[in-house]
Design a binder for this molecule. Sequence first.
Ligand code: ADP
Ligand code: S3P
Ligand code: MG
Length: 200
Amino acid sequence: MPFVRAPHPPTGPGPLLVLVGPPGAGKSTVASALGVRCGLAVRDTDSDVERRAGKPISAIFVDDGEPAFRALERAAVADALAEHDGVLALGGGAVLDATTQELLAGYRDAGGTVVFLDVSLAHAAPRVGFNQSRPLLLGNPRAQWQALMDARRPVYEAVASMRVSTDGLRPAAVAELIHDQLTVAPEQRASSPTNRRPGE
Ligand SMILES: Nc1ncnc2c1ncn2[C@@H]1O[C@H](COP(=O)(O)OP(=O)(O)O)[C@@H](O)[C@H]1O
Ligand SMILES: O=C(O)C1=C[C@@H](OP(=O)(O)O)[C@@H](O)[C@H](O)C1
Ligand SMILES: [Mg+2]
């Protein structure tokens, strides 16, 4: 079923939907599931950064450092917000950047939808695992993840227009929830638990 499109940002096409949240929330996976389900193009800023750098994120962190990664990420997010008109998954730390926060606020003000995929440590840990691909979780992944989430939760809540708890839901079910939220009438949406602004 096609989406009922939210109003476009006035300055460009803009994504239909932007996914934010911590590592293991399922941003990349749910973006793909939504793309398949709804026939939408999918873009992931982590993939854009890796393509531009010509190496994996873990290698960027080791060779060039986190600030260099964040600069590449800031540029990738700005480009994607301007160019992409499908589903956009951000990397988990992208929303910490002040420029990105401003761009997302403008996107939302223009009618764009930013979805915070929420997840608890118990559900994120098995998803993220202990591999080397997420450099910020090296050492003690569970403790690192929880500290990161505690620090970032207010930011995820501030930039989002919708929060979806993914605990115990398969990616396809998360995609279905988001799809259903965006295809119901706005007046029904306002009273739905998944569409309250975080904190409301
Ligand atoms: N809702 C979910 N339930 C179970 N596993 C999931 C879910 N969402 C994602 N995964 C799995 O968790 C891992 C991380 O997902 P990913 O989409 O890369 O998360 P993110 O992009 O938010 O870091 C992948 O192996 C993916 O298949
Ligand atoms: O949370 C973070 O700071 C990061 C999350 C990763 O993306 P995912 O959230 O898609 O795993 C990736 O951008 C990088 O390892 C840094
Ligand atoms: Mg991802």
